[in-house]
Ligand binder design. Sequence first.
Ligand code: GLV
Ligand code: GLV
Length: 324
Amino acid sequence: NRPKVLVTRPDIPAAGLNLLKEQCDVILWEKPEPISRSVLLSKIQNVDGVYCLLTDKIDEEVLNTAGPQLKVVASMSVGVDHLDLQALKKRNIKVGYTPGILTDATAELAVALLLSTSRRLIEANRAIYKGEWKAWSPTWMCGPGLSGSTVGIVGLGRIGTQVAKCLKGFNTAKILYTSRNIKHEAIQFGGEKVELDTLLKRSDFIIVTTALTPDTRQMFNKNTFQKMKKSAIFINVSRGDVVDQPALIEALKNGIIRAAGLDVMTPEPIPLDNELLKLDNCVILPHIGSAAIETREEMSIITAKNIIAVLKGVPAEMPSPLQL
Ligand code: GLV
Ligand code: GLV
């Protein structure tokens, strides 16, 4: 009697999907777009496990519909803000996620986004096609350099730490961070733990790598943007909801800050008529932080193994359990 597992997208890497198919009966959502709420509610009935993505909201209603045989929900992501952890814990459902393996890929993307924003890569590239490149020019397309700058990392976890290590290689002068506790690994890059206000006032580059929680929701708002330097560059690779987006748009339009680079926003995908897409001082990416080929493969394998361990009756063998 093979366990039944719902997989909420067809194009997950074959490595993980095949692993799952060896051990379980896989019910695959076959369309390329995220599974709709109503289909999720119908397909989750009678399954023993769920392989989900950050686009799937797993809440009380979904879990009530699923029924008592559901033993594991594994998300192919490090962020778990789409999962109602209380509701899962209450039902003793095991939760898997994929921290660690995507740290390097996401940090790489954060650095790429930072440089694209500060050195105006997208804007400069577009300028060529618009025929605006007339000659080499002493002042055209200039932006602030990293060398000698102060970088602030908001929510120094695995990803933030890796970003900091990379940026030290660009001869940054100082790295500040916020975190609930002092991070000993910050010694490696001379990081200084400060209060958020201090970080906002002193940083030339502000990089957000915090998880989305009730405490961090909308932590970047009119008030916090006002505290930043007018020359500040704001980078977000965490979740769109840590930002009050209309306030960010105002800050970018009115020169409250210089520029922003966003891999995450609200909503995703962003509607094509959104103001953010009209601003030259905003670089926007379609949430591709972990999109390194090997990383996505590894994420699929870990997610499958998280599910298989629980359904074989040995949750202790989950490679990446989330402690609830
Ligand atoms: C991506 O945002 C993730 O949470 O893995
Ligand atoms: C996520 O992996 C983090 O802790 O930054």
